[in-house]
Design a protein around this ligand. Structure first.
Ligand code: GLU
Length: 286
């Protein structure tokens, strides 16, 4: 008999503001997929940036999701409670020799990019020019001994060479995707004040939580290339992906946390119902 494991999906908001209609769409998408298949739906707070995350926003998220009629399985996973998991992953990447300390400030990177007109561009702007990748062991040791602040970056070239085979991942809409993590350059995997990064934490957590289908907005499509590389380096399972469209406001621009009128709390306060929101988002009544 074929054993078809039930799917596991998740909604992974950052508690840095109030949820809006776009988040409702993302949450319902993941929730409905899991529930329709008798699978698991998990909730994860992506609160690694402790300077921007607030307990009040997390409480607001719980309240909003409850109002929407969304229930999740098991306890909420808070990334801020799992820095040790990301540290282990960083240690493994260090052992593999695919990360390096980067001492550049943002201003230094901007100046270097401005001075080199042909600098490579990524989907969201110029890529890190690789300045600190070229430091030799002595220069690195000297700066570290001086106690200089640094980030840890993934050396994409070395990482791809180490993996040594083409990688791919499956997106439900776009089909089989050859992984091209180089489009994002040498991404940051940890900073002094935040000892992990979105890319690292999300990849580790999706594996630890047994997520089999990652549903998330299309603006994170480029990030999936990097996540696929991290999965290969860390020996993690590869989930399927379904990147969905962004919810656009009446002004034709994607919604953002700063759009106060379209927060779920504001909609609730003006008497709108979850069913009306589902209709507006083109989701079937449940
Ligand atoms: N925390 C991310 C966000 O709020 C979502 C991460 C993901 O789904 O991979 O946009």
């Amino acid at each position: 008999m074929v054993n078809i494991a039930p799917i596991s999906t998740r909604f992974a908001p950052s508690p840095t503001g109030c949820l809006h209609l776009g988040h409702a769409f993302a949450a319902w998408t993941a929730h409905d997929r899991a529930r329709a298949a008798g699978g698991r739906f998990l909730l994860r707070m992506e609160d690694i940036d402790q300077t921007r995350c607030r307990p009040a926003f997390e409480a607001g998220i719980i309240e909003d999701l409850t109002w929407l009629g969304i229930t999740w399985d098991g306890p909420v996973r808070r990334q801020s409670e799992h820095f040790a998991d990301y540290r282990s992953a960083l240690d493994r990447l260090t052992e593999l020799g695919v990360i390096y300390p980067c001492f550049c400030t943002r201003a230094e990177i901007a100046a270097e990019v401005a001075a080199s007109p042909g600098a490579p561009q990524g989907p969201a702007g110029p890529l890190y020019p690789g300045t600190c990748r070229g430091l030799d062991a002595g220069q690195r040791a000297f700066r570290l001994a001086e106690g200089r602040d640094h980030a840890l970056r993934l050396d994409i070239g070395k990482a791809l060479a180490l993996v040594g085979r083409p990688l791919s991942w499956h997106d439900e809409k776009a089909g089989e995707q050859p992984a091209r993590p180089e489009i994002l350059g040498d991404v940051v995997l940890a900073r002094k004040e935040t000892p992990t990064s979105y890319h690292l934490a999300v990849t580790v957590d999706d594996a630890l939580q047994g997520i089999t289908l990652v549903t998330r907005a299309i603006d994170l499509f480029p990030a999936t290339h990097v996540h696929r590389l991290l999965q290969a380096l860390l020996g993690l399972p590869v989930p399927a992906y379904a990147h969905h469209g962004l919810v656009i406001g009446e002004d034709g621009i994607r919604l953002a946390k700063r759009d106060k009128a379209l927060t779920l709390a504001a909609m609730r306060a003006t008497g709108q119902t979850p069913l009306e929101l589902r209709r507006r988002l083109g989701l079937p009544a449940c």
